[in-house]
Design a protein around this ligand. Sequence first.
Ligand code: ADP
Ligand code: TYD
Length: 207
Amino acid sequence: MTHALFITFEGIDGSGKSTQARLLHDNLQSQGIDTVLTREPGGSPGAEEIRRLVLEGDPERWSAETEILLFTAARRDHLERLIEPSLAAGRTVICDRFADSTRMYQGLSRGNLRQKVDELHRLMIRREPDLTLLIDMDPETGLSRAKGRQGHEERFEDFGLGLQQRMRDGFLALAAEFPERFRIIDGDRSQEEVAAEVLSISRKALA
Ligand code: ADP
Ligand code: TYD
């Protein structure tokens, strides 16, 4: 017997979150566990429209304060239309990034705005994941993997290595702040090794 969980992946760009979220989804599905795979920013039609606004274009396009509002607006739509209804139907939701990314990227990248992020979260989102898998890795390796993808969604990668380093340290501090739901996973291994640990932690949580 398993019960539905809300599982999120967090970590710096290129750490392997999307790869591992997909593998976990496939592995759980093949074991007969009903799961929904989704991502942020995005995951619902309206939130995917906001995704384009925040991930494309000049790094200076939006201030950190405006980004808090845009990412939270996208999250609210995603929560209302996909996450909450799926959990209510007994389906496990696997989400590539969630509110912890806003705590880091908008809360720490350009001054300390963490309190504003938390206040808006309390007002509009409230939900926290049951389990957060933090894929930790060296920022230089992560950034070179991310750059290797050659997409158009490079606004945050264009902030450079210094930002990735601060995000890595910030995520590790966040894991210490919420130890009951965070698990830290070493991302600097083969995809298969990382996936085996991710599956084992998730199965235990689902049991
Ligand atoms: P993220 O979603 O964290 O940005 P991705 O899953 O998109 O990361 O991975 C970034 C790139 O690195 C992709 O090209 C992916 O194929 C590759 N990759 C993912 N995991 C590994 C790994 N364990 N070892 C080497 N390359 C990896
Ligand atoms: P994502 O598509 O997960 O990028 P990657 O695969 O490179 O990790 O997310 C794109 C960017 O969006 C990423 O650089 C982090 C940023 N982001 C925020 O700044 N705040 C948020 O709340 C979220 C969800 C993402």
